[in-house]
Design a binder for this molecule. Structure first.
Ligand SMILES: [Zn+2]
Length: 251
């Protein structure tokens, strides 16, 4: 990290105050924060202050962003990077929040090379090197195992942090082959479970694509860690190394 950035962050932390009453209000709605040790909560708050100072959040379609909305999104965005640092979110500043699901135009090229355009309703979207887009209605539907903010920021960590379109690169401290193998095997197992028609605890949307599997499993890792550690122990262990956190141990 550059000297100037470090200096600016120290100054931000010295001058900015987090509204404690508002923090309590926001944290009370995020049940997965309950098990977080006190020292980690203190560090999370610092990250949130820096996130709010360095990123720009905008409401779209007339949505007014209250301090509570800003704090809630920043808190959920910062949880995955608690031990990785804010520089993981480098090279972009924008978070755009729509009141509800938003419509985007997608293009797909078929086998004959014909381009098809179609509209899609989304709860969230992340652009490489660009903004994160969220539907506030869907942010509000956060529950154990489902969290659109963590989902989109997991995509962000993936797409801006190296790797290929399927999976993010392993951290330097990790066994890259084991990381990759574990993800691939878990994805295969999950797709087979979905294909069998049995109800899955994890959102079946995760079977759409390996990148979606990583994002959905990241949601579960932070918001339903004990269940993930029980049902997907190898995957949980790898995600713990990737995020440098072990949320199930503090449940
Ligand atoms: Zn996704």
């Amino acid at each position: 990290m550059g000297f100037f950035r470090e200096w600016r962050r120290r100054r931000t932390l010295k001058n900015a105050r987090l509204d404690e009453a508002l923090w309590k209000q926001v944290a009370a709605k995020l049940s997965f924060l309950r098990g977080l040790p006190e020292a980690d909560t203190a560090r999370l708050k610092q990250l949130v202050v820096l996130f709010l100072a360095e990123k720009e959040m905008h409401g779209a379609h007339g949505l007014h962003l209250t301090d509570e909305v800003r704090l809630s999104i920043a808190t959920q965005a910062c949880l995955p990077i608690l031990n990785l640092g804010l520089d993981v979110y480098h090279g972009w500043v924008g978070v755009i929040v729509y009141p509800g699901e938003f419509r985007v135009q997608k293009e797909e090229v078929d086998e004959d090379g014909v381009v098809h355009t179609f509209d899609e309703e989304l709860a969230g979207e992340a652009w490489p090197g660009g903004p994160v887009i969220l539907s506030w209605e869907d942010v509000g539907m956060a529950e154990r195992g489902y969290n659109v903010v963590i989902h989109e920021f997991a995509h962000k960590i993936h797409m801006d942090g190296g790797g290929d379109p399927d999976y993010p690169a392993a951290r330097e401290s990790m066994d890259a082959t084991k990381w990759r193998k574990t993800l691939e095997q878990a994805y295969e197992r999950f797709c087979a479970e979905v294909d069998s028609g049995e109800p899955t605890f994890i959102d079946p949307y995760a079977a759409e694509h390996p990148a979606e599997f990583f994002a959905v499993m990241s949601e579960a890792f932070f918001t339903e860690s004990a269940v993930l550690a029980r049902d997907w122990p190898e995957l949980y262990a790898q995600l713990a190394l990737f995020y440098k956190q072990d949320p199930a141990s503090s449940m």
